[in-house]
Design a protein around this ligand. Structure first.
Ligand SMILES: [Fe+2]
Ligand SMILES: [Fe+2]
Length: 479
């Protein structure tokens, strides 16, 4: 292969996208269809640019594409195309496609012939053998195919596995940190060095992939619900903080506030915390004391006065509404701090969407957001709540939804900043025994619609527990 300049990142992803679109349009339409013509010509334009220096190879290695020997970097907005194309290649046993310099002069109809063979190959026993045979018969000599290497066939070797494993570990480390502080806080001074480290780790992970972390908050750990709730509130708060561009240090404080916001509950009797049904007035008073008790606990932590002063207000305010109703009743402050406002939003959202042993009926995430929006300006700061909804999407990341074709999907991401109603959805497939597994990835904002059929949309949200789905498992690729 000849010496070449490095391929701009954008061009690499555009190439994969063009290939994806072309394969799909050809599958659905006749050769003379306008969409087919356009998709082929935009593919050719990019191919011509790529082959200026000679051949260019597109290689699939461990679920990632390499173009011209360079690995295409992970990009959120391209993730679904990478995922689908990797599947497409794997199912046909293709490890790489080498586009030769001669592909610059190839006619659109020759490309379409190749694509039809490529699509048809799946119907044959040994797709790649069949394909190579057919390419010979049709004199296709402007590209070469190579088989997938054995070690690439195991899907378990996903390079992202490490990332998911780290996220899972850090999530549970955060639960442990909260548990430890809660257990020790009544026995005297407790250090919070570990909690700070946990908080820094969570902030780092959010900076890297906030979508994954939002997906993780769907993990509602029954046994450790109180701690899991605190970690989820911390994560959601920090994601919102990042969305409104707070500094790293502010995010770290926000996470610590989230982790400790319910620390005061250690002094509330278990019977009250876990009570089914309505509380008596007396029990309510006990529960309503937890923000104030929490502040007292935080004052007992072994932290610098400056850190303590930054992490007291949020936990104190987290049950206060924007109009200062709620609890604890106070005359000391006239309005909520930014941290207080953020915690209030994320605490209510988390609690509404959590299904717990003592509160078996939860809201679907979209329903929770609608309910909360009705309280904008009264309970919640309207601007912040709007940003929160914008961040989460109409059907929040982690929602289990019914699609318009009757199938079930999981909202994975809103890859485009400006498109918050048409998410990237992972179709979930039931094996007939009640188990769900990963299906195809569909980007609702970027569908190729077949003639006579209509655009796939979301019909409604479904409580995940109803179908025994644990969304976090799909975000972490455990399933
Ligand atoms: Fe609380
Ligand atoms: Fe809470």
């Amino acid at each position: 292969m000849s010496e070449r300049r490095s391929i701009p990142e954008r061009l690499g992803h555009d190439f994969l996208r063009a290939l994806y679109h072309m394969i799909n349009t050809v599958r659905m339409y006749q050769d003379n269809n306008q969409l087919v013509q356009t998709s082929v010509s935009s593919f050719q334009n990019i191919l011509n640019e790529l082959t200026i220096g000679g051949d260019i190879s597109l290689l699939l290695y461990r679920s990632r594409f390499h173009l011209g020997g360079e690995k295409l970097p992970y990009r959120r907005d391209a993730a679904f195309i990478v995922y689908n194309m990797a599947e497409f290649f794997s199912k046909r046993g293709i490890g790489s496609v080498n586009f030769l310099g001669s592909s610059r002069n190839v006619l659109p109809e020759d490309i379409i012939t190749f694509l039809r063979l490529l699509n048809d190959a799946i119907r044959h026993d040994k797709p790649l053998d069949w394909l190579e045979q057919k390419l010979k018969e049709h004199d296709v000599s402007w590209l070469q195919l190579s088989p997938q290497r054995d070690e690439d066939i195991e899907v378990g070797e996903n390079p992202d596995d490490e990332r998911y494993e780290q996220a899972r570990k850090k999530y549970f480390a955060a639960i442990e940190a909260v548990r430890e502080v809660a257990n020790k806080v009544n026995q005297g001074m407790v250090g919070i060095r570990k909690s700070r480290r946990v908080a820094q780790n969570l902030v780092d992970m959010i900076q890297e992939d906030s979508t994954l972390m939002i997906g993780l908050t769907t993990l509602k750990d029954y046994d450790n619900y109180l701690y899991a709730h605190s970690v989820n509130v911390a994560l959601l708060a920090a994601c919102l903080g990042r969305h409104i561009e707070l500094s790293d240090i502010a995010l770290e404080h926000l996470v610590i506030c989230g982790l400790f916001h319910d620390l005061g509950k250690v002094d509330v009797p278990k019977e009250v915390l876990l009570k089914h049904g309505t509380l008596t007035d007396e029990e309510w008073d006990l529960l309503k004391a937890h923000p104030v008790i929490g502040v007292r606990k935080i004052l007992m932590l072994n932290a610098t006065p400056s850190l303590r002063s930054r992490i007291i207000l949020g936990p104190f305010e987290h049950h206060l509404n924007l109009d200062m109703t709620g609890y604890p009743r106070t005359l000391f402050i006239g309005h909520l701090s930014l941290i207080g406002k953020i915690l209030h939003i994320t605490d209510v959202y988390e609690a509404m969407t959590a299904e717990t042993v003592y509160r078996p009926k939860s809201y679907t995430p979209d329903h929770a957001l609608r309910q909360m929006w009705a309280e904008a300006g009264k309970s919640f700061d309207a601007i912040l709540l709007k940003r929160f909804i914008h961040m989460m999407g109409i059907y929040p990341i982690g929602s289990v939804v019914e699609l318009s074709d009757g199938s079930i999907g999981l909202v994975m991401d809103y890859p485009n900043e400006d498109e918050r109603s048409l998410p990237l959805v992972l179709r979930l497939v039931n094996d007939g025994k009640g188990n769900w597994r990963r299906g195809e990835m569909i980007y609702l904002a970027d569908q190729i619609i077949k003639e006579g059929s209509s655009r796939l949309t979301i019909v409604r949200g479904i409580p995940p527990a109803k179908l025994h789905i644990n969304p976090a498992e799909f975000f972490l690729h455990i399933k």
